[in-house]
Design a protein around this ligand. Structure first.
Ligand SMILES: [Zn+2]
Length: 267
C-alpha cells in the first residue's frame, strides 16, 4: 500500500511537472473505483489549469481553481507520468493528458483507489473533514499526542494509525517509529507520559522524512512513481534478531495488522 512518503514523493514530482499546465483531455476506462468516477469528469477538466498539488494525509488534491481533483491511491494504485499516449495496459484506468503531450496515467489493479472531483472547501469534504493533523507539520507534536491519548485504552500503535488522530501513519511506519521510540506497540495509549509522547512524535516525523528523502533520491524507472526500497528495522522482520539487542523479535496482530517489536528494547 502506498504510504504517506510515497504519496508525498508523488506529490512533489507531480508538482514539478504539472503545476501551470492545463488538462487537454481526460479518458476514464472505468466508472467506479472505491467510489464512482464522476460521469462528467471528461467534460469538467479539459481547459482547467493545475494551480497547486497539495496532500492531506494520503489524499492528493489538484487545485484546479474552480474545484479540486482528488486522487487516493488505495491499496495498489500509482500514478505514472509519460510522454505522448502509449497504449494503455491492463489496470491503466484513467489518462489525464496535459499540455506538451504530458500524460498522467492512473494504474490500480485492485481498484481500491479514488478519483473524484469536488468544489468548495476541502476541509468540509466528507473524506477529508475528519483527517487529523499532518505528521510532518508543527501541529503534530508530543503535547498534542499526550492530549489525545489521555484515558485511552487503545493500543498506542492503533492510536497513531488512526487517521483522525494523525494523518497517514501507516503500518510500516508505525512499527518502525515505536521501535525507535522504545515503546511497545500494544501498550495502552493512556499510559504514555509526556516525554514518551514527545519522543514518539519526533520519531514518527523522522521515519517519514527519511523515507520521503530516500524516495526523492531514488531513480525511478520509466517515470514510474512507485515504492521505494528501504531498510526497515522491525517491519517484516518478525522472528529475526533485534538489530539493537539480538533477541528474537516478536510478531503479533494488532487491529488485524502485522506488528513486530522487541520485548526487551520496547517497554
Ligand atoms: Zn531489542
Amino acid at each position: 500500500m502506498p504510504e504517506l512518503p510515497e504519496v508525498e514523493v508523488t506529490r512533489r514530482r507531480l508538482e514539478r511537472e504539472l503545476v501551470g499546465k492545463s488538462f487537454r483531455q481526460v479518458v476514464s476506462r472505468v466508472r467506479k473505483l472505491r467510489l464512482p468516477v464522476p460521469e462528467n469528469l471528461e467534460e469538467i477538466l479539459p481547459g482547467l489549469t493545475v494551480r497547486a498539488i497539495v496532500r492531506l494525509g494520503k489524499y492528493l488534491l489538484f487545485d484546479c481553481g474552480s474545484g479540486w481533483l482528488l486522487v487516493h491511491l488505495g491499496m495498489t494504485g500509482f500514478l505514472r507520468l509519460l510522454n505522448g499516449s502509449p497504449p494503455p495496459g491492463k489496470h491503466d484506468h484513467l489518462d489525464f493528458l496535459f499540455d506538451e503531450n504530458l500524460l498522467l496515467r492512473y494504474h490500480d489493479p485492485r481498484k481500491f483507489g479514488i478519483v473524484t472531483w469536488f468544489t468548495g472547501d476541502p476541509q468540509h469534504h466528507p473524506l477529508l473533514a475528519e483527517i487529523g493533523p499532518e505528521p510532518l507539520s508543527d501541529a503534530f507534536d508530543g503535547a498534542y499526542l499526550f492530549g489525545v491519548s489521555r484515558n485511552r485504552n487503545v493500543a498506542v500503535k492503533q492510536l497513531i494509525m488512526n487517521s483522525k488522530v494523525v494523518a497517514g501513519v501507516g503500518n510500516i511506519y508505525a512499527n518502525e517509529a515505536l521501535f525507535r521510540a522504545l515503546i511497545r506497540p500494544d501498550r495502552a495509549a493512556g499510559t504514555l507520559n509526556l516525554h514518551e509522547c514527545s519522543e514518539l512524535a519526533t520519531v514518527i516525523r523522522e521515519v517519514l522524512e527519511t523515507s520521503v528523502n530516500e524516495g526523492s533520491s531514488f531513480r525511478v524507472a520509466e517515470e514510474t512513481v512507485a515504492y521505494y526500497p528501504q531498510s526497515f528495522k522491525v517491519y517484516g522482520r518478525g522472528g529475526k534478531a533485534c538489530l539493537t539487542c539480538g533477541n528474537v523479535l516478536d510478531e503479533i496482530r494488532l487491529g488485524n495488522r502485522s506488528t513486530v517489536y522487541c520485548r526487551t528494547c520496547q517497554r
